[in-house]
Design a protein around this ligand. Sequence first.
Ligand SMILES: NC(=O)c1ccc[n+]([C@@H]2O[C@H](COP(=O)([O-])OP(=O)(O)OC[C@H]3O[C@@H](n4cnc5c(N)ncnc54)[C@H](O)[C@@H]3O)[C@@H](O)[C@H]2O)c1
Length: 332
Amino acid sequence: MIKVGVLGAGTWGTALTIQLAKNGHEVTLWSAVAKEIDALSSDRKTIPNLPGAEMPEEVKLTTDLDEAVREKDLLVFAVASPFVRSVAAKLKDKIREGQIIVNVGKGIEEATLMTLTEVIGDELPQARVAVLSGPSHAEEVSRNIPTAIVVGSEDQKDAAFIQKAFMNDFFRIYTSNDVIGIELGGSLKNVIALAAGCVDGLGYGDNTKAALMTRGIAEICRLGVKMGGQPETFLGLSGVGDLIVTCTSTHSRNHNAGYLIGQGMTTKEAMDEVKQVVEGVFCAKAAKKLAEKYGVEMPIVDEVNKVLFEDKPAKESLVALFTRDAVSEYKK
Ligand SMILES: NC(=O)c1ccc[n+]([C@@H]2O[C@H](COP(=O)([O-])OP(=O)(O)OC[C@H]3O[C@@H](n4cnc5c(N)ncnc54)[C@H](O)[C@@H]3O)[C@@H](O)[C@H]2O)c1
């Protein structure tokens, strides 16, 4: 048994809390959003947006950040990406040297182009920060639907520690040392999921979506390798695995927002309709800047940006992608 503090009580923080508690750990779940904690405290048998899941009685629920992080063996960062830095900054004086933190969020900070693990490390240099990512809808993990994901850390002892904390008969965790590759796969697939949603919203077929997903992972891999990621990571759970789940599932808010945009809504209208943080919209700008910075061609990312921020009709973007110069599939 270890003591775990989970920061962020959205669907993902909540689903992971349920698994950690099931594994026998002492878990404290924190949120900055009081109404999330109130809702969980008032009825542990009905969790918002997680039908069929229950919050175990022994889990402590709190809005007190001190209580959430004090004397914990492991901290889990499950905060929506735009708020990761501000939450980490509040922890500056509360985190001890060598504290193990695992980021489970997905995103790239637009202003700095840092991954979320880098953002946490930037604010909390005394901590040892890992990442846990892969194809994992909270709606399924919270109901024990078999799921496999990967933990990445530069220190394989930390990776094994986190693997052991989360792993059970339904939740399989692999380890890796490719932190940057895992983070880029998990973040950038949200941009491709917006495009896949647009394709569905436009009424195109499976062929079109398969083309977009395959060329999408090719773009992610090109950039990721330039940034130091390992090519096989992009064929793994946090690469192809997460891309498949995000582009094909109705649980994906990025796919759903793309679908609405494909049907004619503006970016703002689609984001309002989805009612959750659509992280791919934030990540799209960052991905474009990273492509420019590293000199990598990312045509799908470019077109997604035009659709999201320049009101280019999604159909015109698809035509632009399909009528690019004829090239070979792999550049040697
Ligand atoms: N939902 C999933 O199935 C899933 C699966 C894997 C990874 N993720 C990733 O995990 C992260 C969290 O996902 P989620 O679905 O729980 O997200 P979410 O959008 O529900 O937000 C998570 C939490 O962020 C915190 N937050 C929101 N506004 C805040 C503010 N102003 N200040 C401080 N904290 C604030 C809240 O605690 C909120 O519950 C995301 O990066 C997401 O990409 C989600």
